[in-house]
Design a protein around this ligand. Structure first.
Ligand code: NAD
Length: 479
């Protein structure tokens, strides 16, 4: 029963001063791009936000050349201390423009303003501050004295955390002394364009950051360009595999941050109130479009019914709707393609015997929406337990003993994240030690820190982002 309904609390978009058309940002100039321009739409309303240029092979080549020139003439020879000053300046401008960036990101991606305002954008600034601090301390990254930058970094990112993924790529690369060419995802190019403006505002020398928009073919041309020294890719395992094949035998360094199917393990001695919040945050944060989402709930059989009951009660309080409303917990799915994929995978899981439940919620008539869903009775062999759905869908499996929990958690082609909920420190440490996952959270979930390395095992990719290890990915030992 609802005693009080929330009045709408929409965040105004008046802070945005968007252009109708954005070009490519190459060598410090805006250029139109040789490909066919494309629109980015708001997934909550299906209305067009702006048009964006598409980079063809000639544009990719121009961007790599601009980055090479800047590496040779300005950024490469610059002292770490001076590079750090630019990065600190960018971090401060990101903070000054935080509200504008949060609104733009919610509009373009469909995620709730509460998340862009309180998670995405603060983390973006934090990443730049953290990496700015590294710029004059590279002797301590663990590669010996005076490690060297690699040169030109080609970076391709997905749509689920557009500005945050840009920060994870650009900040360490620049701090280490590289120059970059980055391609944002085709459904979420907006905040990358605002970031280009921020680079201009910070007076960053031309060509240090080049931003090219376009679809997969632009990304493919970029990572294959012969004058690129380092490729950093975040996205699907299928595309990651293609890139690894294309780069095999070249001298390019490669890091891949790919998909996941994180196990969130709840033992019978877990603090259940906190665990329920952690389960909800693990799978409904960003509509579950999170590579490290806790999308497989492993719950000890003796507390299964209680956990399910409390979880459903909590899910019934989630407010789904307008991403720009400050009350919204669950926003829009990023694209019609992604919505179709989620629907297809859930239908297949139900056909395999899973039982799906969603709280009653009215979904808006326009836009792309999927109600928060929990599926029980999922077998370890079911596609719901194995495939990354990348949506607000939680698959529930049970276990009886810690060994069974570990075996089930590791029974996945992926190995990016996991969560453990238990009152016993000794059990937490013993289980965490046996999980094949790059990140293991205990009695919490989805916590990110620029000082902490993040990355995967198995089909979740290789290489780490964040911390000392994340800096190493953009450096080589000094001669
Ligand atoms: P995607 O692989 O389809 O696209 C990612 C990016 O690659 C986009 O910019 C796209 O244009 C580009 N691209 C597409 N084909 C390409 C090609 N052949 N060569 C080069 N670039 C190409 O993935 P997506 O659907 O945008 O993102 C969702 C995926 O990203 C999920 O699988 C998710 O788990 C993963 N992800 C992983 C992490 C991580 O850190 N491990 C973080 C966020 C997202």
């Amino acid at each position: 029963m609802t005693f009080l309904d929330y009045a709408p609390a929409p965040e105004s978009t008046s802070i945005l001063d968007l252009r109708e058309q954005y070009g490519l940002y190459i060598g410090g100039e805006w250029v139109p791009g040789g490909g066919t321009p494309f629109a980015s739409i708001s997934p909550a309303t299906e209305r067009q936000i702006a048009m964006f240029g598409a980079a063809d092979e000639g544009d990719v080549d121009a961007a790599v050349r601009a980055a090479r020139t800047a590496f040779r003439d300005t950024w490469g020879p610059m002292s770490g201390r001076d590079r750090g000053k630019y990065l600190f300046r960018i971090a401060r401008i990101l903070q000054e423009r935080a509200r504008e960036l949060a609104v733009a990101e919610s509009l373009d991606n469909g995620k709730p303003i509460r998340e862009t305002r309180d998670a995405d954008v603060p983390l973006v600034a934090q990443w730049f501050f953290h990496c700015a601090g590294w710029a004059d301390k590279l002797d301590w990254v663990g590669l010996g004295a005076r490690p060297q930058a690699l040169g030109v970094a080609a970076q391709v990112i997905p749509w689920n955390f557009p500005l945050l993924m840009l920060a994870w790529k650009v900040a360490p690369a620049l701090a280490a002394g590289n120059t970059v060419v980055l391609k944002p995802a085709e459904t979420t190019p907006l905040t990358a364009m605002l970031f280009a403006e921020i680079c201009e505002q910070a007076g960053l020398p031309a060509g240090v950051v080049n931003l090219i928009t376009g679809a997969g073919d632009t990304g493919a041309a970029l990572v294959r360009h012969p004058d690129v020294d380092k490729v950093a890719f975040t996205g699907s395992t299928a595309v990651g595999r293609e890139i690894a094949k294309a780069l095999a035998g070249t001298r390019k360094k490669l890091t891949l941050e790919l998909g996941g199917k994180g196990a969130n393990i709840v033992f019978d001695d877990a603090p259940l109130d906190q665990a329920i919040e952690g389960i909800v945050d693990g799978i409904f944060f960003n509509q579950g479009q999170v590579c490290c989402a806790g999308s497989r709930l492993l719950v000890q059989e003796s507390v299964h019914d209680e956990v399910m009951e409390r979880l459903k009660e909590r899910m019934a309080t989630l407010r789904v709707g307008d991403p720009l409303d400050k009350n919204t917990d669950v926003g829009a799915i990023n694209s019609s393609e992604q919505l179709a994929r989620i629907t297809r995978l859930v239908d297949a899981g139900i056909a395999e015997g899973g039982e799906a439940w969603s709280p009653p919620c009215e979904l808006p008539a326009e836009g792309y929406w999927f109600a928060p869903t929990v599926v029980t009775g999922v077998e370890a062999s079911s596609s719901l337990a194995r495939e990354e759905i990348f949506g607000p869908v939680l698959s529930v499996l049970t276990f009886r003993t810690p060994d069974e929990a570990i075996a089930k958690a590791n029974n996945s082609p992926y190995g990016l994240s996991a969560g453990i909920w238990s009152d016993k420190g000794s059990r937490v440490l013993a289980v965490a030690d046996k999980l094949r996952a790059g990140v293991v959270w205990t009695n919490t979930f989805n916590k990110f820190d620029p000082a902490s390395p993040f990355g995967g095992y198995k089909e979740s990719g290789y290489g780490r982002e964040g911390g000392r290890q994340g800096m190493q990915a953009y450096l080589k030992a000094g001669e």
